[in-house]
Design a protein around this ligand. Structure first.
Ligand SMILES: Cc1cc2nc3c(=O)[nH]c(=O)nc-3n(C[C@H](O)[C@H](O)[C@H](O)COP(=O)(O)OP(=O)(O)OC[C@H]3O[C@@H](n4cnc5c(N)ncnc54)[C@H](O)[C@@H]3O)c2cc1C
Length: 384
């Protein structure tokens, strides 16, 4: 007879770790199936509400000790287009915040989330991969690659863009791959950013410097994959390209870490929960890293699932079906709205068409000029 647990969370990325902790803290016996993975070298700008969730859920302590406060955002149109947008700066103080959010190294967040899970007796961790999942008589039957089998009431897919849980649950997915990719690395600047995130908008995507403390910055450079591969193929040329792209505004730049390139796509699902299976994080949504939305949205998935679990009655027949249904309904609007916003922003940025460029310029002009519009945009960007 196979072992039984109430909830299995598949996937050991940040969203999977946060979900496993939430499920166990809500009182459910939880198995976290998370194979060993290479260190996540990305960094994440997480907005106030996400940071509040992580703090309240015990996933992190004081954000000041783990991350760097983001107090300003500067957007510079670096295209040579006919219709260019004006330079726009947003200051957190203008909107009554001390900071828009914090910039964290994913690896440090991951360590902190794992620590939070260790203290909960409801949570067991298995360094394995899900091989198959089938639903029989109201239970999910799981097979792991270490040979173990088990049954679970609720199956949670936190297993990224290629999600096996999504396939097993028969949830339809749409994915569009871009020619662009994102290159990330750490830089040491001649002059520090002092809490300001600076986005240079180029025709093939933004080149963003995010403050990482002192003179350190995290670079997220979106461009065509062949351009990125060419630029990083020779260290001397890489540094001179970085100086050029940042308009020589920050003194001499030194590369302070290896660089990594991530392919980009936009991915959405029909529904994020059905038949006692739910999808969180990139198994349910993915888009290019502009406007810092991906993990913020993933943490909102976790907060929403947490609320559904707290409202559930695990003693009742079909409780896991009910959780999946209510979660699917609860996430619908946020997933659609955020996905459409980021996709629209990215597409307008890349568009060679004058009307799209005009729309973006007018949009940024409006954001520069009208306080209500600025307030609304910031509120939306922060996921409020
Ligand atoms: C360059 C870049 C910069 C970004 N910057 C930001 C930012 O500033 N702010 C922000 O909010 N977001 C940002 N994002 C987005 C953010 O990084 C992602 O949304 C987030 O990391 C996704 O986490 P996840 O746990 O859903 O997925 P993943 O990190 O992809 O984790 C999925 C996990 O599932 C595991 N897995 C897969 N299949 C199986 C299986 N069969 N069994 C068991 N495990 C399995 C994998 O090994 C992996 O560990 C950025 C993304 C990129 C690419």
């Amino acid at each position: 007879m196979a072992n039984h647990t109430q909830i299995a969370v598949i996937g050991g990325g940040l969203v999977g770790k946060a979900t496993a902790v939430a499920a166990a803290n809500a009182g459910f016996s939880t198995l976290h199936v998370a194979p060993e993975a290479p260190v996540d070298r990305r960094t994440s700008a997480l907005m106030g509400p996400s940071v509040d969730y992580m703090t309240d859920a015990g996933l992190i302590g004081d954000p000041e000790t783990l991350g760097v406060a983001l107090t300003r955002i500067r957007i510079i149109d670096a295209t040579k287009r006919l219709l260019r947008a004006p330079e726009t700066v947003f200051s957190a103080s203008e909107f009554g915040y001390r900071a828009f959010g914090w910039n964290f190294a994913n690896a440090r967040l991951g360590e902190s989330f794992s620590q939070a899970g260790l203290v909960n007796k409801n949570l067991a961790l298995r360094a394995a991969t899900l091989k198959s999942a089938r639903r029989v008589d109201g239970n999910w039957h799981l097979e792991l690659d270490d040979g173990d089998t088990l049954t679970v009431d609720l199956l949670v897919g936190a297993d990224g863009k290629g999600s096996s849980v999504r396939k097993a649950a028969g949830i339809a997915v749409k994915e569009r791959k871009f020619d662009q990719a994102a290159l990330v690395c750490d830089l040491e600047l001649g002059r520090g950013l002092d809490g300001e995130s600076v986005e240079f908008h180029y025709p093939n995507g933004p080149f963003t410097l995010v403050p990482a403390g002192g003179n350190r910055a995290n670079l997220v450079w979106i461009d065509r994959l062949d351009t990125l591969e060419d630029a990083r193929s020779e260290p001397g040329r890489f540094v001179s390209t970085l100086n050029e792209k940042s308009r020589h505004l920050f003194g001499a730049i030194e590369v302070a870490s290896p660089n990594f390139v991530f392919p980009l796509s936009v991915l959405s699902v029909d529904v994020a929960g059905k038949d006692a299976a739910v999808l969180v994080g990139e198994s349910a949504h993915a888009f290019p890293p502009i406007g810092a939305q991906g993990l913020n949205l993933g943490l909102r998935d976790v907060a929403s699932l947490n609320a559904c679990l707290k409202a559930a009655n695990p003693g009742s027949y079909g409780w896991a079906d009910a959780v999946a249904r209510s979660y699917g309904v609860a996430r619908r609007t946020d997933l659609m709205r955020t996905g459409a916003f980021v996709d629209g922003l990215f597409t307008s940025l890349l568009s060679p068409h004058i009307p799209a460029q005009a729309l973006r310029s007018v949009g940024l002009w409006g954001l520069k000029t009208f306080p209500m519009l600025r307030k609304h945009a910031i509120s939306f960007g922060m996921g409020k």
